[in-house]
Design a protein around this ligand. Structure first.
Ligand SMILES: Cc1ncc(COP(=O)(O)O)c(C=O)c1O
Length: 399
């Protein structure tokens, strides 16, 4: 017998906190929306955000820019990528990641994922040996964090520079160390469905003097770089300011003001995501047909989305199951589709990558993997309803 349906939108974010609305009005009234448009003695919201986010992550430097994808692009450029160089990355990630590699002139070389949606460490080592890549853009896709000590160990062994894509791990950590502090550079997104929401936006963090100097100039600082919130010693710009192009991608003060108001709430929000995640996780765990990823004790994740697999499903059942859940108000995404849809695309649809790879393990896992967002506008009770609908529909398939 069918239980109740669900009627809330999976795309509905929480409102921007009042403090953010006040700051936004103030910025609008001032007319000084551009980050370098400041009065004598005034520090722009964009620069203050850089200070505050660097201090939150424990990194020395932060650069605020236009998007997460843009920050990945300039991270690679600042780390010294040369045209045509191979860059390792996960086969299961979002399109802006290989897009950023391509934009930086690199050649994406994809690596299999494991059953927990993390990078497959054995395949990673093989690809490090085979490709000779100097860069690894590790996407902590959907918030799943691989064994970071093992990842760093492999990067050190093969002399590979690690760039972390933390679009889904803002606020998360591995073994007590913040996600984004393992590599040379980390990139975060503040696009509307991420852990901080400014519609669009990106934050790049690093401890490296030369990388931050280059990233600042790339981001379009002109020669106003001294106005940035976190600065290396100024002599880091001596050469860099002459040999680094301006790829105009600054964050403006409106977005920065919105983000500054949300940052103090981030850790509490991460707890709220996890409460919701665990209710859904427990509900789905009761169904023996559903497989959930294991989350190691070192992984302090942020459950802003949940992935599960129903390995016994065939292709026909997959579309029927998605449609049945949708009819009851539960919006599932499926990364296994050969056709790119909505925000999702499988790696073999990135056909601009000249050397197409066959990654059977990733294909097999994605074929029966479903993914759903957990917006904070959902209550714990909502999560129970969603869990019971999914459970119900899976059970009916195999009755
Ligand atoms: C895993 C991942 N990396 C990077 C990005 C890029 O972020 P943005 O949309 O801010 O460019 C996204 C965006 O959704 C993402 O999901």
């Amino acid at each position: 017998m069918k239980k109740s349906n669900f009627c809330k939108a999976f795309t509905q974010q929480e409102a921007i906190p009042d403090a953010g609305l006040d700051s936004v009005i103030e910025v609008l009234r001032s007319g000084r929306l551009h980050r370098y448009n400041t009065l004598e003695g005034e520090t722009a919201h964009a620069a203050l955000l850089e200070q505050e986010y660097a201090s939150y992550t424990g990194q020395r430097y932060c650069l605020a820019c236009t998007s997460g994808g843009y920050s990945l692009h300039i991270a690679l450029k600042a780390a010294g990528i040369q045209p045509g160089e191979p860059v390792l990355s996960n086969a299961f990630t979002l399109a802006p990641v290989p897009g950023a590699i391509d934009n930086a002139g690199g050649k994406p070389v994809l690596v299999e994922i494991d059953r927990n949606y993390c990078i497959d460490l054995t395949h990673l080592e093989t690809m490090m040996q085979q490709s000779g890549a100097r860069f690894f853009m590790l996407s902590h896709m959907r918030g799943h964090i691989a064994d970071m000590h093992a990842v760093v160990g492999l990067c050190e062994k093969y002399g590979v520079i690690l760039i972390e894509d933390c679009a889904h791990t803002m606020g998360a950590s591995w073994d007590g160390k913040k996600s984004g502090s393992f590599g040379k550079v980390a990139c975060f997104s503040t696009q509307t469905y991420k852990h901080l929401n400014s519609g669009e936006g990106g934050l790049l963090t690093t401890d490296d003097d030369e990388i931050i100097a280059r990233a600042i100039i790339f981001s379009g600082s002109y020669m106003l770089f001294e106005r940035h919130g976190t600065l290396p010693p100024l002599n880091a710009f001596d050469e860099v300011k002459f040999d680094t192009p301006n790829y105009s991608g600054r964050m403006d003060n409106l977005r920065a003001a919105i983000l500054r108001a949300q940052l103090p709430l981030l850790d509490t929000n991460c707890k709220h995501w996890n409460e919701r995640y665990r209710v859904l996780q427990q509900s789905l765990a009761q169904n023996s047909k559903i497989q959930l990823p294991q989350r190691p004790k070192q992984e302090s994740y942020v459950g802003s989305s949940l992935q599960f697999r129903v390995p016994q499903m065939d292709q026909r059942q997959v579309s029927g199951f998605i449609a049945a859940c949708a009819a009851r108000g539960v919006e599932l995404k499926w990364f296994g589709s050969a056709e790119p849809q909505g925000f999702t695309s499988r790696y073999d649809s990135w056909r601009y990558i000249k050397e197409q790879q066959n990654l059977p393990k990733t294909l097999e896992l994605l074929a029966t993997t479903f993914d759903l967002r957990i917006p904070l506008t959902f209550t714990l009770e909502d999560m129970e309803i969603i869990g019971s609908i999914i459970d119900d529909e899976v059970t009916q398939l195999f009755d």
